[in-house]
Ligand binder design. Structure first.
Ligand code: MN
Length: 327
């Protein structure tokens, strides 16, 4: 079977849920051969966010990287891989790090740092690997990006870089808010958002204070803030009812219904996996919050189908994982 005829299984945010990842791969017919999960006529695309929060982050990275190195999978960068890179990369002038070591930032990646304690060399190697991960993938059948397909930025990026990857200099510049590099990483990996009016703050379920809410980039002619919100924490009623201003509307992107199939992660969806629209699917169903680890099994269809989602319900992953950690 030629490479381009292989079916593609796209997998959403793993966040250290390595046992669930093994169960999901097993359920889809992948078998571990010499330490690498393989399928006779399918391959995987990981949508990013392998790290942070979950109980088996090193194991999850090991499984994913072994597949990528063996040509059994591709992976695009998630905002958590990017954040970790920035957290561990000193600024060019040596004054601190690209991502400040604040309590808030540290809390998000604490499990990753803890689980790599005593494996600092391995972590450093993963940082080099993260740095060269593609930000997006486009094939004749589909597109994949962690949070938001922004065609204008992607076109500019490809023109400037001749491909879909950053490098160290790009990473350093991406720490400067407002730079082109910052905008690319922010939009593609964190998505679009709007500021809450009147300096209001939402406290998310996991205790983070937020001045912004995450927005859809596919709404057709939205009128109110409630029409574009896309996150598990609902907007307070008085904010949801608020009319969008022209400039806010101009900031929202529109991924049209006739565009290529698009897969993303990132958004902490809940409930039963299904397409958002015929050509858009989110594969993040909050695995690390005891939701679902989700895959979409893509073949030759040109409209997404609800019956092609596969998932495992994530149980509390306890104990040691029996994963070969060599290499
Ligand atoms: Mn995520």
């Amino acid at each position: 079977m030629t490479e381009e005829r292989r079916g593609v299984d796209l997998i959403g945010d793993v966040h250290g849920c390595a046992i669930s990842l093994c169960l999901l791969l097993d359920r889809m017919g992948y078998r571990r051969i010499n330490g690498v999960y393989r399928h006779p006529h399918r391959r995987v695309v990981f949508i990013g966010d392998i790290v942070d929060r979950g109980p088996h982050i090193r194991e999850a990275l090991h499984i994913v990287r072994a597949m990528v190195d063996a040509g059994e999978a591709d992976i695009i960068m998630g905002n958590h891989e990017y954040n970790l890179l920035c957290y561990l990369t000193p600024k060019a002038d040596g004054e601190g790090y690209l991502r400040a070591h604040t309590a808030r930032h540290q809390r998000i990646l604490q499990q990753t740092l803890d689980q790599f304690h005593g494996h600092e060399y391995e972590l450093q190697e993963y940082m080099e690997w993260f740095l060269q991960l593609p930000l997006f993938i486009e094939t004749d059948r589909f597109r994949a990006v962690h949070a938001c397909w922004h065609q204008t930025l992607i076109d500019q990026f490809v023109e400037q870089r001749g491909g879909n990857r950053i490098d160290k200099a790009f990473l350093l510049r991406s720490a400067e808010e407002g730079s082109f590099e910052w905008e690319v990483m922010d939009r593609l990996l964190r998505g679009t958002h709007l500021r809450l009016p009147n300096d209001e703050v939402i406290v998310s379920k996991d205790g983070f204070k937020r001045h912004f809410f995450r927005t859809k980039f596919w709404s057709d002619n939205p009128q109110r803030m409630g029409d574009v919100v896309f996150q598990p924490d609902p907007l307070p009623e008085h904010i949801a009812r608020r009319e969008l201003t022209d400039s806010q509307r101009a900031d929202l992107l529109h991924y049209g219904p006739d565009e290529k199939l698009l897969f993303m992660g990132h958004y902490w969806c809940e409930g039963t996996p299904a397409p958002i629209r015929d050509n858009i699917a989110c594969l993040d169903f909050s695995a690390v919050k005891y939701g679902k680890l989700v895959a979409y099994r893509l073949d030759d269809e040109t409209a997404l189908r609800a019956d092609k989602f596969v998932w495992v319900d994530v149980a509390r992953e306890v104990g040691r994982m029996d994963v070969e950690m060599g290499g």
